[in-house]
Write a protein that binds this ligand. Structure first.
Ligand code: 5GP
Length: 218
């Protein structure tokens, strides 16, 4: 048996707090995980830096990376390209690290095809209303961009069932602990977090997001 790491895909609604969770996970378990830094054509948000949060590149550069087969996967999300650099991911896996890819749903599907053993986690806020307020309250998006992300969240909710585990972001510490247990295959925790054990929650989320996407003010 080799000791290659596992690929852990973390997707979730914009505003669900994935970034905060991943930072906390890396702080707590730095020796076990490596967090992939994606390339993107979107502009940096205040406080983001090149090479840390993303590699911020032009559309031309990104298209060159696609042509050079330098990405494990890529997708377009609300008008911008996002992609996972291939060489770095392979290096980390070979070094025995679990590689976390914080990517959206189309990319997750492509990874699953290439790496059938990848673990797919879907992170969500406790309910749709708190997701909406986090998105609108973030203040880093224009109103239109926030509305587009909310519509996108509704579309993405339709794909939640394709993930292995649901991670409800109630408190950061508990979530980080749960994620680590899932990756280490600690069965008791895993069973409660399985998508198939959370169908009521998923259906409620889908219904609430649909009503927001249609513009219902509630
Ligand atoms: P944001 O603009 O909020 O940083 O990211 C928008 C979306 O793109 C998020 O759902 C994020 O997980 C996703 N994303 C970030 N990097 C990648 C990537 O390399 N590939 C794919 N497919 N999605 C990504």
């Amino acid at each position: 048996m080799d000791n290659r790491g596992k690929i852990v895909i973390v997707s979730g609604f914009s505003g669900a707090g994935k970034g905060t969770l991943m930072k906390a996970l890396m702080q707590q378990y730095r020796n076990r995980y490596a967090l992939s830094v994606s390339a993107t054509t979107r502009a940096p948000r205040p406080g983001e830096s090149d090479g840390v949060d993303y590699f911020f590149v032009s559309r031309e550069r990104f298209e060159q990376m696609i042509e050079d087969d330098a990405l494990v996967e890529y997708a377009e999300y609300v008008g911008n390209y996002y992609g996972t650099p291939k060489a770095w991911v392979n290096e980390q896996l070979s070094a025995g690290k679990n590689v976390i890819l914080e990517i959206e749903i189309q990319g997750a599907k492509k990874i699953r095809e290439q790496f059938p053993d990848a673990i797919l986690l879907f992170v969500t806020a406790p309910d749709a209303m708190s997701l909406k307020s986090r998105l609108l309250g973030r203040g880093t998006e224009t109103e239109e961009a926030a509305a587009a992300r909310l519509r996108r969240a509704q579309e993405e909710s339709l794909g939640m069932d394709g993930y292995d585990y649901l991670v409800i972001n109630d408190t950061v510490e508990e979530c980080v602990g749960r994620i680590d247990k899932i990756v280490n295959d600690e069965q008791a925790v895993c069973e409660n977090c399985r998508m198939s054990a959370n169908t009521d929650y998923i259906n409620r989320m889908k219904t609430e997001l649909l009503s927001f996407a249609k513009g219902d003010e509630s």
